[in-house]
Design a protein around this ligand. Sequence first.
Ligand SMILES: *Cc1c(COP(=O)(O)O)cnc(C)c1O
Length: 418
Amino acid sequence: MSKSPIWHPFTQHGLEEPIPLVERTEGAILHTNDGRRIIDAISSWWVNTHGHGNPRIMAAIAEQTKKLDQIIFAGWTHQPAEDLAKELRQIMPDTLTRVFFSDSGSTSVEVALKMALGYWHAQDEPRHTIVVMEHSYHGDTIGAMSVGERGVFNQAYRELLFDVVTVPFPHVGQEQATFNALEKACANNAAAFIVEPLVLGAGGMLMYPPHVLAEMHRICTKHGVLFLADEVMTGWGRTGTLLACEQADITPDILCLSKGLTGGAIPLAVTMASEPIYQAHYSTDRACMFFHSSSYTANPIACAAAVANLAIWRDEPVADRIAALADMHEQAMTKLQNVPGISGVRRCGTILACEIGDGRSYMADIAPRLLAYFRERDMLVRPLGNTVYLMPPYCITPDDHAALVTAIADAPAALRII
Ligand SMILES: *Cc1c(COP(=O)(O)O)cnc(C)c1O
């Protein structure tokens, strides 16, 4: 039995894999207590954008701790939340007029689903069906699992998950099948469609182009079906633009943001909603209010971190950093495309992905071998099945990036799969 009482997430303790202890972080690097320098190729599970230990964000947190800790947010407010909501209104799409706070991506999705269903409830229209996309991931709470891909992750809870209508992933050349399925579901009085714009993250970094996103939005709008964009992973520059939705020139009715909202320093999430969604819950009748809260809603310290993140977006050349990383990825693609044993090399913004060997399954035998391979090289790369991807903080150096690409290129031969 291991000495630590900690039960880690998404970890099979029975395999007794090593669990390194990280003491210090800096930029794209994690420093362990045994002196290793680990390149964080996945932004510590997609949360970190500007690099670990960003001085402006950490200073904002330190400053805020001197003034105000958690306070109740039902019927009370504070300046960091007010500032953040106002600034989000300025940089997010105009029609998203309302900001609801919570603490994780999963919760922001639960909130979005409840807002959408509350909207239809208030209209007295019997719309209850949520439409989802095949291979989606929206979080690990019961509602978020219900709208995500069913599989080994949620087998044990299957009976509890609510029914949804699933449209196929729009593989190249098969987009029409997705549109037809969506059209049919929408025409059948669906309440909402929830989707990860442009990139399905946990589903295997599956990418589809902006025109497909635009067409799906058009179909939903035509049938009055609410469009819920889960930008928990894709937001904050990951796909090359602040939001992935921008590239399709669409505005969702409800938008979920978390991960990069605080630059990855501290947990926080928001669900932004359009005015009609808010108005559906606005009344003199207390029974019509939006019945949702987390104890730590709008934690002031987390809000201050997010305000600092927005300041970085406002006055630092973040777009240039993203473009520089995209360039490095683009050059890496040329290299990886010619490596036997590597296929499906693709990129969207700051996300580079490919498959090593074959057999696309999260439980693929190669996954733990790949994980160990990168760990031995002091690289935090966490394959999704045999899908390997790079999604580093925007400040990664060309040298560290090149080392990661070389390790990926060498993997098929090192693991003897070619
Ligand atoms: C990570 C993720 C979530 C869940 O966020 P948590 O903060 O881990 O609860 C939801 N949706 C998408 C698209 C994600 O990538």
